[in-house]
Design a protein around this ligand. Sequence first.
Ligand code: NDP
Length: 326
Amino acid sequence: MFNALVLRQEQDKTLAKVEQIAETELPDGEVLVQVEYSTLNYKDGLAITGKGKIVRNFPMVPGIDFTGKVISSNDLRYQEGQQVVLTGWGVGENHWGGLAEKAQVKADWLVPLNEDLTPEQSMQIGTAGLTASLCVQALQQAGITPEQGEILVTGASGGVGSVAVKLLSTLGYQVVAVTGRAENTQWLTELGATRVISREEMLTPNRPLDKQLWAGAIDTVGSHVLAKVLSQVNYNGAVAACGLAGGFDLPTTVMPFILRGVKLLGVDSVSCPFEQRQQAWHLLATTLPKSYFSAACNTISLAQVPEYADKLIAGQITGRLLVDLQ
Ligand code: NDP
């Protein structure tokens, strides 16, 4: 038996409680993992509070990412005792996830833990860090270099945005952070932003083509903010888009694409291929200063998860939340 956070649906309400589960109840999968750390992401918050339609089949163990040690494996790629990481693939949404002491998953969903990261560090940045790294790689592959000018990061106080600011600045890019929270200006500057601009500035009426300001951008917000970003990107610049914190629409025109050669690069971390994941983890492991990881997050226990899920959805959390399952 082991402890797991279990979501149950009663009279249209989602109830979250730590329960004792038998190993035999775990869903099918080739690899059984002793989970050491998980995290609390926005998507987990929506699932646990029931505020978003993330989970459709109950009971469900939430947790979209985790790291841990292989207990047993029916797949030759993974051996007992090996440290592994899982992010995405619908785990914690439609397959029991990482907010439990044990998880059983498909071998295809795992990556070996990068040798330059501890298990704790991998989840201190978690899915948000992986996504930020995929965005940075997309810009690099589009030929965007530090000499070309400033890179804009929207939703900069968020999980993805804040790791993107740190990663880009450590790689020598000049980063301009967009935030709706003026009180985070100093924190964003300490992270590595050379300038911070307000979200309002990005929400002023949009022209098809605005003054060229940015060599590239990482957008976690979507909607009007992304449309504004596209109208301000330099000739042949690129924008990596991964989020919809401001909405899933995109009220833009083809002008930035056909008159300035601007590239809009879609980024997905949930189903992205194994090699790409490994490269993204490598970039994080070899670039981020070791002092950054623990400073980026607070640690909570499994029992505290429901309380913190409420706070997360209420916008009362700054930084990331690491869940210690050891
Ligand atoms: P967070 O909630 O941590 O951060 C989002 C940030 O966006 C907030 O901190 C805030 O930053 C800003 N923001 C919030 N609401 C609005 C709004 N209405 N208009 C404009 N800005 C807003 O989320 P994550 O960083 O974890 O994720 C960011 C986005 O990326 C989400 O939409 C998430 O679903 C998506 N995502 C996508 C992935 C993928 O694979 N494509 C993987 C992971 C996340 P500030 O206060 O600084 O303005």
